[in-house]
Design a protein around this ligand. Sequence first.
Ligand code: ASP
Ligand code: MG
Length: 400
Amino acid sequence: MALIVQKFGGSSVANAERVMHVAETITDTYKAGNDVVVVVSAQGDTTDDLIDKANEINPKASKREMDMLLTAGEQISIALLAMAIEKIGCPVISLLGWQAGFETNNAYGAARIKTVRTERLRAELDKRKIVIVAGFQGLNAAQDMTTLGRGGSDTSAVALAAALHADLCQIYTDVTGVYTADPRKIKNATKLTDITYDEMLELATLGAQVLNNRSVEMAKKYNVEVEVLSSMVKEPGTIVREVAKMEKMLIRGVTKDTDVARISVVGMKDVPGNAFKLFSSLAAKGINIDVILQSVGRDGTKDISFTCAKGNAEQVCALLENLFSNEGATVACDTSIAKVSIVGAGMQSHAGTASKMFGALYEAGINISMISTSEITVSVLIPKEYADKAVAAVHQAFFG
Ligand code: ASP
Ligand code: MG
């Protein structure tokens, strides 16, 4: 007998039929003798719909009230799923995040989990109940409900698995695992049997929308083995785990991210401290930046370009104009770009991985405007309209 945490995303519980289907997956696991804790997201587009409702009334609503609203989505899905399991005839109880012991900090809309107090969960499991927990939510020290940020239910599931020392954390979704590229776009994309935390983290950060990246960080930190699998198709998924007996592969996947803006500050003074001034001002606002490029100084001036999420672009430009316009620099923003990346721990021990990627792009006639690398990734910025073509060309070069 094992303790298994299963998480089902919004599309897996979108309507009554799917809720019943999920209930069967859960009760099958339970009837096989396992203890089962389930984390579920709000049905379908519920969270988006709730955000729309809020915007109709007050687009500047406080984050506290937004969280009060958004936590309602998961309250609906846990109750419906519990009812479906009652119908099948298994003992079950649904719990909101706070009832399941999720304690978070105060950051409404992007709260971090501090601890999961498992007493209640343990007590329900001891009664041999299936426990259904609302994902994406917790309670702060002021006893107010918080949410963990969009897609946060994955993190709830991994946190529960860590707190309960579960044997396995299964994330059920609408794909059958992690692929070498988006299988809806690339025909010969193949499913990976397993992938390391670091590789998965890079893939999640670089645009593969399989797992929320904070959930992967947490899985790595607490060494939780995570399986990504389909809620519709019964077949083994992809296991995310520490580097163990992995299949040998040079790279694991190719991704694209179109949520990228390139900001350029042109003609800033070529003096010490300007890069610090620029990036510390963004860090102070909690804005994440990515690929950075600084030109060689010329005539006493230099340029710095970097990328950030499109949603931050306006704020970033305003901030930098304030900081640098008095020294004659101009700030430009380009949102017509995409970032295409390859990820794989294998490239650490293989020369020529980056050049293979650049060669594939050259043959496809795609111009690269910026490049960045880490130990296990190579990313390029290219015109957005070529993103799919670039992924296909690079995938072909590595996976044939
Ligand atoms: N319902 C929340 C969202 O749509 C949390 C989740 O789906 O993981 O972002
Ligand atoms: Mg959702």
